[in-house]
Design a protein around this ligand. Structure first.
Ligand code: MN
Length: 284
């Protein structure tokens, strides 16, 4: 079976044209990347300007494990094809693709993709938005990154784990300990950290005299106004699979691609490329 040909099963979508598309935190090169969903999104999307807002390719500290399949390949091909077809593509590195930051002072352009530290996007209705990944504010936010990733789903799962955890503790004669209460405290801390992050980014846009900010980094899609400044987080393609788009009239929208396409998070993983053959024939 060819993994590249495997399309997520969903209703047929039409191709939509946007003025601008913002996406980040794809983490290509890791198993967690929902590259098959992003390839599906890109193949149904056209735009004048495509902003890649960081952590597109995950090459963090020369990872020991590297995962790549046909879907990861397809995402790159679709981005290159868009650049080739006239879409302005800007690549703003994040902390997981920070090796590209070393190239920044040189005004680099590869295959029609322009590399930049950050950008200012002007919407059709005249608003000016600061576009940056956002990890620049980690020191202000002070949070363990993994905590920010704990969503409601992780918490729900923890309740189940908690039951087994304590069943085991009882067997071992140990007192009950609430794993979910501990997790809840962690999640609460993460929620506070997310809030600090959002405030810091909005403040940066304000200090530069801009109308809003578009960022990623914390894998938490959001669209809200913070003291007169628009805070827009395009989310990620690991968990939420969202993109921020600007329509022809300047209207901004967060697109939840799996929801729009009715895609299931289960059963759409690509087939493993290396299937191990048993060394000995299995006895019938
Ligand atoms: Mn990041």
């Amino acid at each position: 079976m060819n993994a590249i040909a495997a399309e997520p099963a969903g209703p047929e979508a039409e191709t939509t044209h946007y003025r601008a598309v913002f996406l980040s935190d794809v983490h290509l090169g890791t198993r967690g990347s929902r590259a098959e969903f992003l390839a599906d999104f890109l193949s149904h999307t056209r735009c004048d300007t495509l902003y890649l807002v960081g952590d597109i390719i995950d090459g963090w500290r020369l990872r020991r494990s590297w995962y790549w399949d046909g879907h990861h390949d397809r995402v790159l091909r679709l981005i290159l094809a868009a650049a080739n077809a006239g879409t302005t593509v800007l690549y703003i590195p994040g902390n997981h693709d920070e090796m590209m930051r070393a190239w920044l002072p040189t005004r680099l352009e590869i295959a029609g993709i322009r590399l930049c530290q950050d950008a200012v996007h002007r919407t059709a209705d005249g608003r000016r938005l600061l576009v940056m990944h956002g990890d620049e504010f980690d020191s202000v936010v002070r949070y363990a990154r993994v905590l920010a990733l704990l969503g409601d789903r992780a918490y729900a799962a923890s309740l189940v784990v908690n039951r087994w955890f304590n069943l085991l503790r009882r067997r071992l004669g140990l007192p009950y300990r609430s794993l979910s209460a501990w997790l809840k405290r962690q999640v609460k801390g993460a929620v506070k950290a997310i809030d600090r992050f959002e405030l810091a980014l909005a403040a940066e846009a304000r200090s530069r005299g801009l109308d809003g900010v578009v960022c990623g980094h914390i894998h938490h899609p959001e669209m809200r106004e913070i003291e007169g400044v628009l805070y827009l987080n395009d989310g990620d393609w690991v968990e939420s699979c969202t993109a921020l788009v600007e329509h022809a009239d300047g209207r901004l929208e967060l697109i939840d691609w799996p929801r729009r396409r009715g895609l299931s998070f289960l059963g759409t993983r690509p087939a493993r490329t290396n299937v191990r053959t048993p060394s000995r024939p299995v006895a019938a």
